[in-house]
Ligand binder design. Structure first.
Ligand code: PLP
Length: 229
């Protein structure tokens, strides 16, 4: 079932790219495996998926340590809200941290990456729907925070991430606004070529995200089925 889902989703992504006049390679699919067992990750891996996302640190660490996954060339992304005191657990292996929403967290990631003698790609999370329950920077606070984060060593600010509102009616304008913020971030960046990633689009709205320029899609349910918790 996971292999079938992946096949279908990839075809849908390719079709949406054609409709949007984009190259299918310009969009990367992150399979969000949170709450799902390592055996599901393995099934997706065997179907050719190499990029996975998790949003609980404990769970990601369990998957890092899982004997069946340990030696596979999987690219792990952390896609959710990260508490500063947990950043050190991710520093060795994580490929990208989506969802950095304050300077202090960026500083902590920078420090932990330095200890590992590496650079960690990060995205800033924007609360585009302005829901109080959501994490992320308000659009009007984004650029001031980005200006402070750009100079930090051992992290590479590569773009923006968001979770749209559940109301599909609103999603298009929210993603459009994200695209505008992304272009503005690029224009302000010391190295504009470094701003390449716009992480938006989940199982219910990835078609719209592709239309509006997403480069990273984060899909869980559409690949692995409904989550029980
Ligand atoms: C769970 C989660 C996803 C995947 O959501 P689906 O609707 O299951 O595709 C994507 N991004 C984040 C940050 C998540 O927490």
């Amino acid at each position: 079932m996971i292999a079938d889902n992946l096949k279908r989703i990839k075809a849908e992504i390719a079709e949406a790219c054609v409709r949007a006049g984009r190259a299918p390679e310009s969009v990367k699919l992150i399979a969000v495996s949170k709450t799902k067992p390592a055996s599901d990750v393995l099934k997706a891996y065997e179907a050719g998926q190499r990029v996975f996302g998790e949003n609980y640190v404990q769970e990601l660490l369990a998957k890092f340590a899982d004997a069946t996954l340990q030696n596979l060339p999987i690219e792990w992304h952390f896609v959710g809200h990260l508490q500063s005191n947990k950043a050190r657990y991710l520093a060795e292996k994580i490929a990208m941290i989506h969802g950095v929403d304050k300077l202090s967290l960026a500083e902590e990631i920078s420090k932990r990456a330095k200890q590992r003698n590496r650079s960690i790609p990060i995205l800033l999370e924007v609360n585009i729907s302005n829901e109080v329950t959501k994490h992320g920077l308000k659009p009007d606070a984004l650029f001031a925070e980005a200006e402070k984060i750009f100079p930090l060593p051992n992290i590479e600010l590569k773009g923006l991430m968001t979770i749209a509102s559940p109301d599909r009616e609103k999603v298009k304008s929210e993603f459009k606004e994200m695209r505008r913020l992304f272009e503005k971030l690029k224009s302000l960046a010391p190295k504009p070529d470094q701003i390449t990633e716009l992480s938006m689009g989940m199982s219910g709205d990835f078609d719209i995200a592709i239309e509006e320029g997403a480069t990273l899609l984060r899909l869980g349910t559409a690949i692995f089925g409904e989550r029980s918790k």
